[in-house]
Design a protein around this ligand. Structure first.
Ligand code: NAD
Length: 473
């Protein structure tokens, strides 16, 4: 019986993708070049008017049908994702991500996006419509390949655009498999995936036939893409790197918040854009928070994704493993006190780095100041709240942040002083398709999710005249 994985592999050849937990082959991916990308953009361009002409109500039906198709293939998708990305099936990982893809498709389909009457008085009538932009080029990372693909494709398709998507070279099979399933519900050429590396990505960003780019990845790549998009004035949404701070206030209960702090930092083994990456704790609670977090960290099993027991997995690739290992080394060299972890078994297969907590670091240590994107959390001591806020705001990125306190008034007051696109209260990274999400500073611009996210995939057209000069729609 042919499997989903068989159906997305080339008949022969291609590049072999290895499981980051075991080093064993997962499958092969075709390696198209710029010529295939050109053909894909041309096909998506040709399909776009027909897709737009279906109308919003029909597109909503088809997005929900795509969500049904994912649900029907959920376990097969989760296994491909687990083997290719490394994340375990259980915990907030592979099955959770496939469920997230379904939830985001349905939520994106459910947002009302009617034309808006902006002025309607004795003299003037004006309304704003939202028209498709054309072809959206989507480029994604390797950490949440299925869910982030849906964040890009669902609003683009809903607003009447077609999509050419280039997945990360580290996780192409996950995106190809997801698109294969989604495409059973969609007309031909409305969603096309072109796997490839940087060369294909660069060609997509510079392509004259692409009208908008949705990019999720590192800040360095985002800067290159903004430059590349400038020549044709493409619209761009930039979801870039972060180094999210969490601030525990002095009235928090360490035992009550420890598990929330842990998953805020270690979801997807720390390989999450809006994970908690620096934790600021007041003197009065410092030892208690360190002790409670250590207890939680020691109880969370890490291992091969297909084993049902595990909730933490390997780093997805060697480059990321090396970044985490070198930042923990810098923390040790800088006087950090390792509470747990920090001692990888270099002889074991896979890119496993143990769950690591490091206390007593100065704020300028590289493990604090740089994005680790892995399972190593620095815990920094503070004396005054002003000092904690200054340290939290001291970097040039600002994706998410969090405040931990039972006091609602103090929570809001501190939240409004933090420089981030989202500030969570007593949770971290808990995204919601109804709530806009995006970066501040060098974490990017533009938002995803909610009506605001949908409108970023459309061209606003204002129609205005004297009162009574045209008919209200
Ligand atoms: P990356 O920037 O290395 O790669 C992302 C994608 O860009 C890949 O598909 C890659 O092939 C492509 N690419 C690389 N160079 C390119 C170029 N010059 N032109 C066009 N495309 C190019 O990022 P990554 O390592 O895959 O992902 C990790 C980073 O992504 C982290 O910094 C993380 O914080 C960030 N991230 C942000 C969000 C968010 O929503 N803000 C979400 C997930 C990840």
């Amino acid at each position: 019986m042919s499997t989903l994985l068989d159906s997305i592999q080339p008949a022969s050849g291609g590049r072999t993708i290895l499981d980051p937990a075991t080093g064993e082959p997962v499958g092969r991916v075709a390696e198209p070049g710029v010529a295939e990308l050109d053909a894909a953009v041309a096909a998506a361009h040709a399909a776009q008017p027909g897709w737009a002409a279906l109308g919003d109500a029909r597109r909503v039906e088809l997005l929900n049908a795509a969500a049904d198709a994912i649900e029907a293939n959920a376990e097969e998708l989760a296994v491909i994702l687990s083997r290719e990305q490394g994340k375990p099936l259980n915990g907030p990982n592979a099955r959770f991500e496939v469920g997230g893809a379904v939830a985001w498709l349905r939520a994106t389909a459910a947002v009302p996006v009617e034309p808006e009457v902006i002025v309607n008085d004795d003299a003037t009538y004006a309304e704003v419509h939202h028209k498709p932009l054309g072809v959206v080029g989507a480029i994604g990372p390797w950490n949440w390949p299925m869910m982030i693909s849906v964040w890009q494709l669902a609003p683009s398709l809903r607003m009447g655009n077609t999509v050419v998507m280039k997945p990360s070279e580290f996780t192409p099979l996950s995106v190809l498999a997801l698109a294969q399933v989604i495409n059973t519900a969609l007309p031909a050429d409305v969603l096309i995936v072109v796997p490839g590396g940087r060369e294909v990505g660069e060609a997509l960003t510079a392509h004259p036939g692409v009208d908008k780019l949705m990019f999720t990845g590192s800040t360095a790549t985002g800067k290159a893409i903004i430059r590349s998009a400038a020549d044709s004035v493409k619209r761009v949404t930039m979801e870039l790197g972060g180094n999210d701070a969490g601030i525990v206030l002095d009235d928090a209960d360490p035992a009550a918040i420890a598990e929330g702090l842990f998953w805020g930092a270690f979801i997807n083994t720390g390989q999450t854009c809006a994970a908690l990456k620096r934790l600021y704790v007041p003197d009065s609670l410092y030892d208690a928070v360190c002790a409670e977090l250590t207890k939680v960290a020691q109880a969370m099993p890490m291992g091969v994704g297909l084993s049902e027991d595990n909730v933490l997995g390997p780093l997805q690739n060697k480059k990321q493993y090396d970044i985490v290992a070198s930042l923990v080394q810098a923390a040790k060299d800088g006087g950090g006190r390792v509470l747990v972890g920090g001692d990888p078994d270099e002889s074991a297969p896979g890119y496993f780095y143990p769950t690591t907590l490091v206390a007593d670091l100065p704020n300028d240590n590289p493990l604090v100041a740089q994005e680790q994107f892995g399972p190593a959390l620095p815990i920094i001591r503070y004396s005054t709240l002003d000092e904690a806020i200054e340290m939290a705001n001291g970097l040039d990125v600002g994706l998410g942040a969090s405040v931990w306190t039972p006091s609602p008034d103090r929570a809001r007051e501190v939240a409004l002083r933090l420089e981030a696109g989202t500030v969570w209260i007593n949770e971290h990274g808990a995204i919601d398709p109804r709530v806009p999400f995006g970066g501040s500073k060098q974490s990017g611009f533009g938002v995803e999710f909610s009506k605001a996210g949908l409108l970023e995939c459309a061209q606003p057209v204002s129609i205005k005249g004297a009162a009574g000069s045209f008919t209200a729609s």
